[in-house]
Write a protein that binds this ligand. Structure first.
Ligand SMILES: *Cc1c(COP(=O)(O)O)cnc(C)c1O
Length: 386
């Protein structure tokens, strides 16, 4: 792979502090930790009892995709034709799955031409659309099952998914047209409760029994959580154990397999952002990144991210920490971090703050609002901040 050749081996990559000292970045600097992503991906692939699809929307940066690939992921969950094209370009041999329940007809045709065979739907009309737009060969058809409101920080069941009876009817309707028939669900993002998968699996079992047809795959979606300050989820193994035992309890025929679609769990620790302090006013800091940039989850969703002062020259930072209110660079008063950020009491204009755990839903949600869309991207050898 070209990217692999372009990137020096991890021990030769610079450290965040050294880069800041030399480059004194005056736009947000995204620090990719390829080794952290490789490790998280290979850990997931090595212990999940089934196939692992990376949810591309979580972070589609080619360098991130490359690290996920190096970690052993060969399947990709895409939700649009551009995502399919991106993955196909980077990895000609990757298995790509189009796991969005509502697709445009042109997107379906483009994806099929790119070798994508698996699609998901949650209505009879979408199934009809798929059958019309794809040839009757080697189709993988997945019914997305709706889950009752669950345990995740982000509940994603309000928008997609067929209720139990309908899911059973859709499985029956799809079976004759499917080379592979699957049932998919998604418990929501950053789900802190392993039991959510047991409950979802039981509901999947009911849908399968009610359908009366054989299914080949249960796709347990994404939602596997990572640590944030004050949030320490159970280890991934607890989730996998819950998934495996509840899957076995369904007593499905030999050969039925499990898939998962993790996003956050593979990449969250793999990116930090170094932002610079533009102004201090009492306990308020104005910095050059915010909720319209890489920190949207720190706005209304209220996520807290690990933060530290970076001051390569000048006096040593005060050992006393103080809670600061942090504002982003745009003119919108909503552009502030929801939670106070503890930082050395003497932080001042010109200092930098490194904010970690931003590999998931950080850079990919940036906007150009108010003209603050310029960033730098570097690869570093630092460990994740949590
Ligand atoms: C967003 C999404 C994922 C990835 O979710 P994470 O919480 O990042 O693991 C997986 N599957 C579907 C259907 C999604 O919409």
């Amino acid at each position: 792979m070209d990217l692999l050749r372009l990137r020096p081996p991890a021990p030769l990559l610079p450290r965040v502090d050294d880069l800041v000292a030399v480059e004194r970045p005056d736009v947000p600097m995204h620090c990719l930790r390829p080794a952290a992503i490789v490790a998280a991906a290979s850990g997931f692939v090595g212990s999940f009892p089934g196939e692992v699809l990376y949810a591309v929307k979580c972070n589609p940066d080619p360098a991130v995709l490359q690290a996920v690939w190096e970690g052993g992921v060969r399947h990709f969950d895409c939700a649009s034709a551009p995502e399919v094209a991106l993955v196909r370009d980077l990895f000609p041999t990757a298995a790509i799955h189009f796991m969005h329940p509502v697709k445009s007809r042109p997107a379906l045709r483009t994806a099929w031409a790119a070798g994508v065979r698996d699609t998901v739907f949650d209505s009879a009309d979408e199934l009809a659309k798929i059958l019309q737009e794809t040839p009757d060969q080697d189709r993988g058809l997945f019914v997305r099952l709706a889950l009752p409101c669950g345990h995740a920080v982000y509940d994603l069941s309000g928008k997609f998914g067929a209720p139990l009876d309908e899911a059973a009817a859709l499985l029956r309707a799809a079976r004759p047209h499917a080379a592979r028939l699957g049932l998919a669900f998604h418990v929501g993002s950053q789900c802190l409760e392993p039991l959510a998968w047991r409950e979802a699996m039981a509901l999947a079992g009911m849908a399968i029994r009610q359908s009366g047809v054989r299914i080949d795959i249960i796709d347990v979606g994404g939602g596997f959580p990572v640590a944030y300050p004050d949030v320490l989820p159970p280890p991934l193994g607890a989730y996998f154990a819950e998934i495996e035992t509840s899957f076995e309890a369904l007593g499905l025929p030999e050969g039925t397999t499990l898939w998962a679609e993790p996003g956050r769990a593979l990449v969250a620790g793999g990116v930090s952002v170094v932002t610079q302090v533009l102004l201090r006013r009492g306990d308020e800091l104005y910095v050059n990144d915010g909720i319209y940039g890489s920190l949207s989850d720190a706005g209304a969703p209220g996520f807290r991210f690990p933060s530290r002062l970076v001051r390569p020259q000048g006096t040593a930072p005060s050992p006393v920490l103080r809670d600061f209110t942090v504002f982003g660079p745009t003119c919108d008063s909503a552009d502030r971090l929801h939670a106070p950020v503890p930082l050395p009491a003497d932080i001042a204009e010109g200092d930098w703050i490194e904010i970690g755990q931003l590999g998931a839903y950080g850079a990919c949600l940036r906007t150009g609002f108010n003209g603050f869309d310029t960033i730098r991207s570097v690869a570093v050898r630092d460990a994740p901040m949590l």
